[in-house]
Design a protein around this ligand. Structure first.
Ligand code: HEM
Length: 512
């Protein structure tokens, strides 16, 4: 007798019943999402409304393309679109203030807040009251006054950067300035966090910087967002497996371990005297509730603070320097201003003085606008009350987002938005509607979740740009706009995958 058929028949029956139930469930789910959901009245592609696999396809398979796909949806469906079964997106620059500054009770979207595997950091905190508790002890450290006190350290790092760049003049070697900027901003933010840094500015060709590790995590985050279990898998995998499969993510694990040991040293009082306060000494000494001072939470906070401080500033510098070197007439105007304002190139004044230089200020602002900050959408959720957009009533609990990229490239506000025109910021300009242009300057976000590091970022940007363009002449080397323009959204804007960075030759130096 053939026993196998006895067992095979019931298992085939169970399998086919399960498949039928599963398919029926999917059909009902899609029907609900398309026709019965409170969001079904909002315009947008049916496929996107039916399933998150749509976003998966654009962000995971096509690698960071969903942000552009959303722009395409707006062209077809108008200023408000349903971008997935649960979310709406608005492309209307005049709505920015309402969404981000009008309601301090708006929360982050829980699903997206864990995209880097940790949802206990200040920036990933969902609830607005808990966010305020976590942000409160950080605020004084990032005030203009505190950053001014920290400026001597920034100055010292800029001087080191400048000295290293000068060493490329005689050698005629190509210099990847993007690496230099990543090393610089990494050393600055690490010093502010711990009074210690990894001296990446001293590394060979500035290659020992944290950018590849953060970039790997950001790229992974699109997958992690769709399948949060991937973070658990990563966390449980043996170190040697991660190291051989994805060495850059392994570097992030090593950094995380290092950051925790720095925090443990502060807790144990095993740190050296510093001549400036540090973020983590202040955080640990603050009246933040004890449950908020766990090693796990502060380790994640350190990782995110370093990433936030490193990548945005380095990218803003890379973008601004590229456009200046690529536009000789614009660069000439900046150099003329710097020469007059800074007679001795060896003595670069402090940022309070530099911020009063109009053309430099316009270059900084235009560079930050074009570098965008973050390229991903920034959702907000009104938990209890419906939101309103024009005549649309948005059900409470619905995540609604806008993208800084859209506002900063809105052709109604910024003519030829992908052209570097510092002049657009001169003389208190207004839009054709009579609004101050600065209303639409949103690369740092706005409202209670706005970038906390804006003052630090500005001091870095002013000092580096004034120093480099008062002291050096650069020539682009095998670098063009495709090495700078956004081609992928990996949370922050990323150029084409095979870019070799912003490569220059240093052709002249005025000090040393
Ligand atoms: C050019 C430089 C920078 C740009 C364009 C930028 C942009 C942004 C943006 C767009 C946000 C999100 C705002 C939102 O969710 O609405 C943000 C948040 C944040 N940024 Fe920056 N950033 C820059 C530099 C820095 C620096 C130097 C630091 C220092 C550590 C920093 C730390 C943070 C933190 C901690 C948050 C989360 C704030 C919160 O949720 O309360 N950023 N930044």
């Amino acid at each position: 007798m053939d026993y196998s058929t006895l067992f095979a028949r019931p298992s085939v029956a169970i399998l086919s019943t399960s498949i039928t139930i599963w398919i029926s469930y999917l059909v009902c789910l899609v029907f609900y999402r398309l026709y019965l959901s409170p969001l079904s009245k909002f315009p947008g592609p049916k496929l996107a409304a039916a399933s998150k696999w749509y976003e998966f396809y654009y962000d995971v398979i096509l690698r960071g393309q969903f942000t552009f796909q959303i722009q395409g949806m707006h062209k077809k469906y108008g200023p408000i679109v349903r971008i997935n079964p649960f979310e709406l997106h608005v492309e209307d620059s005049s709505y920015w203030d309402e969404l981000y500054t009008g309601h301090k009770e708006y929360e982050r979207y829980e699903w997206m807040s864990g995209r880097f595997g940790a949802n206990t950091t200040t920036s990933s905190t969902v609830k607005s009251d808990l966010h305020a508790i976590r942000r409160a002890p950080l605020n004084p450290m990032f005030s203009k006054r505190s950053i001014t006190k920290f400026e001597p350290v920034i100055k010292q790092k800029v001087e080191l950067l400048s000295k290293r760049i000068a060493s490329y003049t005689d050698s005629g070697k190509t210099l990847a300035l993007n690496n230099a900027f990543n090393a610089f901003s990494g050393d600055v933010i690490a010093s502010y966090c711990f009074g210690f840094c990894w001296n990446q500015l001293d590394s060979l060709d500035f290659k020992d910087n944290f950018h590849p590790a953060y970039e790997a995590v950001r790229k992974f985050a699109h997958l992690g967002l769709q399948f949060p279990i991937m973070f658990i898998v990563l966390g449980l995998s043996p170190s040697w497996v991660i190291k051989s499969v994805t060495p850059n993510i392994h570097k992030m694990f090593m950094l995380q371990r290092d950051l925790k040991s720095k925090i443990t040293n502060i807790i144990n009082g095993a740190t050296q005297e510093r001549d400036h306060p540090t973020i983590f000494s202040e955080l640990l000494g603050s009246d933040l509730p004890t449950r908020e001072k766990t090693l796990g939470r502060l380790g994640a906070e350190a990782q995110q603070l370093i990433g936030a401080g490193l990548e945005t500033v380095a990218w803003a510098l890379t973008t601004t320097v590229f456009h200046l070197v690529n536009n000789p007439s614009t660069l000439k105007k900046l150099q003329a201003e710097l020469q007059e304002a800074i007679p001795d190139p060896a003595a670069i004044p402090d940022s309070l003085y530099l911020e009063r230089l109009p053309y430099l200020t316009s270059c900084v602002r235009e560079g930050v606008r074009m570098s965008t900050g973050v390229s991903v959408r920034l959702p907000r959720v009104s938990r209890d009350k419906p939101m309103k957009y024009k005549d649309w009533v948005i059900p409470a609990g619905t995540p609604v987002s806008m993208t800084t990229l859209d506002v900063l490239n809105d052709t109604e506000i910024f003519r030829n938005p992908r052209t570097f025109v510092p002049e657009r910021w001169l003389d208190n300009p207004k839009t054709s509607e009579g609004d101050h242009l600065t209303r639409y300057f949103v690369p740092f976000g706005k409202g209670p979740r706005m970038c906390i590091g804006i003052n630090l970022a500005y001091v870095e940007l002013y000092r580096v740009l004034a120093t480099l363009f008062r002291r050096f002449e650069f020539e682009l080397c095998d670098t063009d706009i495709s090495d700078i323009e956004i081609a992928h959204d990996f949370f922050v804007p990323s150029p084409k995958q095979d870019t070799k960075g912003l490569r220059v030759k240093v052709t002249s130096v005025k000090v040393y």
